[in-house]
Design a protein around this ligand. Structure first.
Ligand code: ADP
Length: 364
């Protein structure tokens, strides 16, 4: 693929003709009137009609209560996130644009051998932006976004989970293009071990069945217009816990590493942008250098701690102080905060990620 240079950074080249190419099974619901008002990121009101239609013609084997639960708790309305909101991670962003965004926006170009992938895995230390990337790819590809953590599938919906998984894939196909994001997916696709209970095993089996169905040639289905733009996007901090068969189904496995210096500085600036502060360029660089090994969420914790310092100085008198007289956050606050907020990812686990990435990861 050679889109990277021909399209501008926000992919507008392809976005000039979005709706024409998102003709789906429910295309007749996209009325002329709607076409006019459709914005890049569909407001939930746009989906409401599609959802009502799907709900009114559910297939026999699909549990209505599960569908309702999914619509209320798992279907997430678009947050209007953009690639530019994510600091760094350029190769992962580019890989996702090529593997998901472009095929989803231009399905006419991505057929046969160019069919979009059905499974992608984002792996790496916690707090590096995997969830944020998932939300962004859904937003940028104008997809219906389903988001659930494996632990809630295994606990909250216990007993109902198989029905729920079936309903989830059913809705994802009907509301395509769709992304099913499953966080902590390792706990669902764990290698068969002692701690795998019967329920977990059944949910895993159902998930694998439904997932395989996505890969069956849609043309051979009784409904030749079934939309094939459905992606299972998994995220995990423990990629090695995923069993081999499941691992192979993720045709792309992207390493989301800890932020590099430039990314840390960008992240710190963003965090401080809505806070009174005296940090200059060289201060951001200094903090950036001192935070090697910090994840995105570690940096957030650090900035929060630094932002607390001016209030701490005031002690009890903060109850009566004027907002305008609170001193801005400075470099010394960060120096102090660095003493308590440390990077949360150990060197040994970083090594483990690199090794797994070298063995099973996809490059770029
Ligand atoms: P993960 O899913 O990898 O555990 P999250 O996506 O939940 O991480 O990120 C944790 C927090 O850190 C989020 O609030 C997010 O805004 C921020 N963050 C992490 N990485 C980045 C990044 N590359 N760019 C911008 N913000 C980031």
């Amino acid at each position: 693929l050679s889109y990277s240079n021909s399209s501008n950074s926000s992919g507008n080249l392809l976005r000039t003709q979005p709706k024409k190419h998102t003709s789906v099974r429910n295309a007749n619901t996209t009325t002329k009137k709607k076409k006019k008002v459709v914005k890049k990121h569909q407001p939930s009101s746009y989906n409401t009609k599609r959802i009502s239609k799907v709900m009114s013609e559910l297939d026999g084997g699909i549990d209505k209560d599960s569908c309702e639960q999914i619509i209320n708790e798992i279907l997430v309305s678009n947050e209007n996130l953009h690639w530019d909101d994510i600091a760094g991670l350029n190769s992962a962003k580019q890989a996702l644009r090529e593997a998901v965004e472009y095929p989803f926006l231009r399905p006419d170009l991505f057929k046969g051998l160019r069919e979009p992938t059905r499974g992608m895995l984002l792996f790496g230390p916690p707090g590096t932006g995997k969830t944020m990337i998932a939300k962004t790819v859904a937003s940028e590809s104008q997809s219906t976004f389903f988001s659930i953590s494996a632990s809630s599938l295994l606990s909250k919906y216990l007993g109902e989970s198989e029905k729920l998984v079936r309903a989830l894939f059913y809705l994802a196909v009907r509301l395509a293009p769709s992304i099913i994001f499953i966080d902590e997916i390792d706990s669902l696709l764990t290698a068969r071990g002692d701690n795998e209970n019967e329920t977990g095993r059944r949910i895993k089996t159902e998930l694998l069945i439904q997932w395989s169905k996505l890969s069956q040639n849609p043309g051979s289905s009784k409904d030749s217009e079934v939309d094939n733009r459905v992606l299972l996007l998994g995220a995990t901090n423990l990629p090695w816990a995923i069993d081999e068969a499941a691992r192979r189904r993720f045709s792309r496995r992207l390493y989301i590493p800890l932020p590099d210096l430039e990314t840390r500085i960008h992240h710190l600036k963003k965090l401080m942008s809505r806070q009174e502060h005296q940090l200059r360029e060289k201060d951001f660089t200094a903090v950036g250098k001192l935070t090697e090994g910090y994840s995105g969420s570690d940096l957030t914790a650090l900035a929060k701690e630094a932002a607390m310092m001016p209030l701490r100085d005031l002690g009890h008198s903060l109850l009566h102080v004027d907002f305008a007289s609170i001193r801005p956050v400075g470099i010394s606050d960060f120096v102090l905060a660095l003493e308590t907020i440390r990077g949360s990812v150990s060197a040994s686990s970083l090594q483990q990620y690199s090794q797994w990435s070298a063995r099973y990861g996809s490059t770029g």
